[in-house]
Design a protein around this ligand. Structure first.
Ligand code: HEC
Ligand code: HEC
Ligand code: HEC
Ligand code: HEC
Ligand code: HEC
Ligand code: HEC
Length: 285
C-alpha cells in the first residue's frame, strides 16, 4: 500500500505558449534521479593534461551508508546534484600553478585533489578506526594508487540504474484500518538528506526499490501488541506508530536539546543555531 497520497511520477509536461516555441519540461522539481550501482570516474576530456593513469571504478551505491552531503557538499537536498567538475567547482584537473591565482580569490581545489582527499582519506580513516576498534577484516575502499588506478587499465564500468527519489513533502497517513485521531504528517523528505538514507530505510542497501515503511511484513501492524501499549517494547516493533514515533521523535528531541544548550549559552542568531525538527504533537500532526 502506498502510504502517502501524492503520486510520485516522472512528469512529462508539454506547455504550449501561443506564438512561441514548444517548451518541454521533462523534470519533476520534487524528484531526484539517483544513479545507483557502479560508475567510472575519469578526467574531463578537455583537461589541461592527458590522464596518465586508469579511470576509477566507483561503486556509488556502496557509499549510501554515508550522508550524500559528505561528498555532494554543496547540495541542499532539493536542487539538482552538480557534477564535481562543474565550472566554478573542481573544474581543473590539477591545481593552478603557484602565483597564477590572484590574491584574495578563492582557491578551488583541483578535481584530482578533491577526489584524492575525499575518497582516499575516508578509506584511510575507516581503516584506522576499524583497526582501533579491534577489527581484523576491514570494510573500506582502496588506499593504494593501483587499487583505484589499476595497471593494466580497468575497463570502464557503467552499470547504473536511476532510482526516482522524492525530495519534497511526503504525506504520511495511518493505514486505512486505523480511525485516525490526528492529522496526517507532512514530512519534508529532502530536509533529511544530511543523514544516511539507511538511518530510516534500514533494509535498503543502495540498490533496487525502496520499500514503504508499512509494507507487508515490515511495520504493518496497525494496533499495539495485546501484551503492552509501550512503543519502546520490542513486542511493538511491527506496530507502525511505534516505528514512526521511535524514529522521528528521539532525533528531533536530541536536536532540540542541543539547540537549547546553544540558547542557554546566549546564542540566539538563527544562523548559528543548530537545525531542529518539531517535537510538539501539533507541529507534526
Ligand atoms: C562517497 C561519495 C559519494 C556519496 C556518499 C554520494 N555520492 Fe553521488 N556521486 C559521487 C560522485 C563522485 C559522482 C560523480 C560526479 C561527477 O560525475 O562529477 C556522483 C554522482 C551523483 C549524481 C549524478 C550527478 C550528475 O553529474 O549527473 C547524483 C544525482 C548523485 N550522485 C546523488 C547522490 C545522492 C542522492 C547521494 C546520497 C544517497 C549520493 N549521491 C551519495 C559521490 C558520492
Ligand atoms: C566517507 C567515506 C568514504 C568516501 C568519501 C569514499 N569511500 Fe569508497 N568506500 C568506503 C567504505 C566504508 C567502503 C567499503 C564499503 C563496503 O564494503 O560495504 C568503500 C568501498 C569502495 C570501493 C569498493 C572496494 C571493494 O573492495 O569493492 C571502491 C572502489 C571505492 N570505495 C572507491 C571510492 C572512490 C573512487 C571514492 C571517491 C569518489 C570513494 N570511494 C569515497 C568509504 C568511503
Ligand atoms: C580511492 C581512489 C583513489 C586512490 C587510492 C588514488 N586515486 Fe588518483 N584519482 C582518483 C580519482 C577518482 C581521480 C579523478 C578521475 C580520473 O582522473 O581518473 C584521480 C585522478 C588521478 C590523477 C589525474 C588523472 C590521470 O590519470 O593522470 C593522477 C595522476 C592520480 N590520480 C594519481 C594517483 C596516485 C599517484 C595515487 C597513489 C599515490 C592515487 N592517484 C591514488 C582516485 C584515486
Ligand atoms: C529521516 C528518515 C528518512 C531519511 C533519512 C530518508 N528517507 Fe526516504 N522516506 C522516508 C519516509 C518516512 C518515506 C515514506 C515511506 C512510506 O511511504 O512508507 C520515504 C520514502 C522514500 C522513497 C519512496 C518510497 C516509495 O514508497 O515509493 C524513496 C525512493 C526514498 N525514500 C529514498 C530515500 C533515499 C535515497 C534517501 C537518502 C538520500 C532517503 N530516502 C532518506 C524516510 C526517510
Ligand atoms: C536523524 C534525525 C532526524 C530524524 C530521524 C527525523 N528528522 Fe525530521 N528533522 C531533522 C532535522 C535536522 C530537521 C531540520 C531540517 C532543516 O531545518 O533543514 C527536521 C525537520 C523536520 C520537520 C520540519 C521541517 C520544517 O519545515 O520546519 C518535520 C515536519 C520533520 N522533520 C518530520 C520528521 C518525521 C515525520 C520524521 C520521521 C519519519 C523525521 N522528521 C525524522 C532531523 C530528523
Ligand atoms: C516528528 C513528528 C511527530 C511528532 C512530533 C508526533 N508524531 Fe504522532 N505520528 C507521526 C507519524 C509520522 C505518524 C504515522 C503517520 C500517521 O499515523 O499519521 C504518527 C502517528 C500518530 C498516531 C496514530 C495515528 C492517528 O492519527 O491516530 C497518533 C495517535 C499520534 N501520532 C499521536 C501523537 C501525539 C499525542 C504526539 C505528541 C505527544 C505526537 N504524535 C507527536 C509523527 C509525529
Amino acid at each position: 500500500m502506498k502510504s502517502y497520497a501524492r503520486l510520485v511520477c516522472w512528469v512529462v509536461a508539454l506547455i504550449i505558449i501561443p506564438g512561441q516555441a514548444l517548451v518541454l519540461a521533462d523534470k519533476d522539481p520534487e524528484q531526484l534521479m539517483l544513479p545507483t550501482g557502479t560508475m567510472t570516474l575519469s578526467a574531463p576530456p578537455d583537461a589541461e593534461r592527458e590522464p596518465a593513469l586508469s579511470p576509477v571504478v566507483f561503486p556509488h551505491s556502496l557509499h549510501f551508508a554515508y550522508s550524500c552531503k559528505d561528498c555532494h557538499h554543496e547540495w541542499d537536498g532539493y536542487s539538482e546534484v552538480q557534477s564535481c567538475a562543474t565550472s566554478g567547482c573542481h573544474e581543473n584537473l590539477w591545481a593552478a600553478p603557484p602565483g597564477t591565482t590572484p590574491l584574495g580569490e578563492k582557491r578551488i581545489k583541483s578535481l584530482a585533489g578533491a577526489y584524492h582527499q575525499t575518497c582516499r582519506d575516508c578509506h584511510r580513516e575507516e581503516m584506522k578506526s576499524q583497526k582501533a576498534a579491534g577489527m581484523t577484516r576491514f570494510y573500506t575502499g582502496p588506499i593504494d594508487c593501483d587499487g583505484c588506478h589499476p595497471e593494466p587499465h580497468a575497463e570502464p564500468v557503467h552499470d547504473i540504474e536511476m532510482l526516482p527519489v522524492p525530495t519534497g513533502n511526503l504525506t504520511i497517513a495511518p493505514p486505512e484500518e486505523v480511525d485516525a485521531r490526528r492529522a496526517a504528517v507532512e514530512f519534508p523528505h529532502g530536509a533529511h538528506f544530511d543523514y544516511s538514507c539507511q538511518l530510516c530505510h534500514h533494509d535498503w542497501y543502495g540498490e533496487g526499490e525502496v520499500e514503504g515503511c508499512m509494507t507487508e511484513g515490515c511495520h504493518d501492524q496497525f494496533e499495539p501488541d495485546p501484551s503492552t501499549r509501550n512503543i519502546k517494547d520490542p513486542a511493538n516493533v511491527y506496530y507502525y506508530l511505534a516505528a514512526y514515533h521511535n524514529t522521528c521523535l528521539p532525533c528531533h528531541r536530541e536536536l532540540q536539546q542541543e539547540r537549547n544548550a546553544f540558547m542557554d549559552a546566549g546564542i540566539t542568531d538563527a544562523e548559528e543555531l543548530p537545525a531542529a525538527g518539531p517535537v510538539a504533537c501539533i507541529e507534526c500532526h
